[in-house]
Design a binder for this molecule. Sequence first.
Ligand SMILES: Nc1ncnc2c1ncn2[C@@H]1O[C@H](COP(=O)(O)OP(=O)(O)OP(=O)(O)O)[C@@H](O)[C@H]1O
Ligand SMILES: [Mg+2]
Length: 319
Amino acid sequence: MLKLNQVSAQYNMLNGYVKAVDKVDFEVRRNEIFGIAGESGCGKSTLLKVMYDLIQYPLEIASGSVEVHTSDRKGTPAIYRNGEIHKSWWKDISYVPQGAMHVMNPVTRVKNQFFDTISKFHGVKNKRTLEHEITAYLKELELPPEVLKAYPHQLSGGMRQRVLIALATFLHPSIVLADEPTTALDVVVQRGILTMLSQVQKKLMNSMVIVSHDMGVHYQITNRMGIMYAGQMIEIGPTDRIFNEPKHPYTQMLINALPRIGDNSQKEGIPGTPPSLKNPPAGCRFAARCPHAMEVCRIVEPERVNVGEGHYASCHLLN
Ligand SMILES: Nc1ncnc2c1ncn2[C@@H]1O[C@H](COP(=O)(O)OP(=O)(O)OP(=O)(O)O)[C@@H](O)[C@H]1O
Ligand SMILES: [Mg+2]
């Protein structure tokens, strides 16, 4: 459905580039929830913007390409590449940005946010019919129709996030990108949002990409996932394999740091900090924090190694 071919993207600053996404290469398949994890500042949101083709100054694509595979009204296969993906926004691919709770227009009622978005991209047929369709869709998602009359500030954070997910999925896009959809919500509301996302995915049988720094979120709803470190996707594979047999030392440390029921041992964080994305080091970007680092790690960038069952990791230890 969505394919990234060795994509690199950077922020063009006056005094150099912030290389936020480096040679990222993977695909999102039909009928799956794909997760993207990694610590703050590793490039998750930038990667999602690249996938949605929301490239605005100072962000630029340095190399590589993005492809959205879809079909037109007659069912003929169509491919949109970066630079033209905007033609398929909302209809084929939609995006719920990070901090989405603050992106709604504060002085516009929810109903009009739906009208504005849909008419901007697809023209409004009959407002009455559209309102009926929106109300019916909200009902399917177990949202009360009264939310349509509300202003964003009158809704709770969880409700606003649900409304945005409803808006993003109203036109049944084949790909939905959601950036930190549950961050800043309490665990009960978080659970509700995750259930809603997976229900929508099952109903539409489409592809979803969920960005979250919270590994628990990935464990609960993703089928496959990618781990990012300093702008690179260093491990990718089925979610159960990532949790049970992580191959990259960074992923292993992330998983070991997770609390487990019945385990009272002291959990340790990962010492050190990620390298600067302005001037990333040669070799493996994790080498300075890696307990297994060898000489080669500081010189040669590791290649991606296939460790079986659709599981890949970029680490010299695997060779
Ligand atoms: N508009 C911008 N201009 C310049 N640099 C930026 C901009 N947005 C992000 N960056 C930088 O790009 C890098 C990647 O940022 P990004 O927001 O993609 O990370 P993230 O993984 O989403 O982090 P978080 O978990 O905190 O949301 C960071 O070093 C960040 O400082
Ligand atoms: Mg982010």
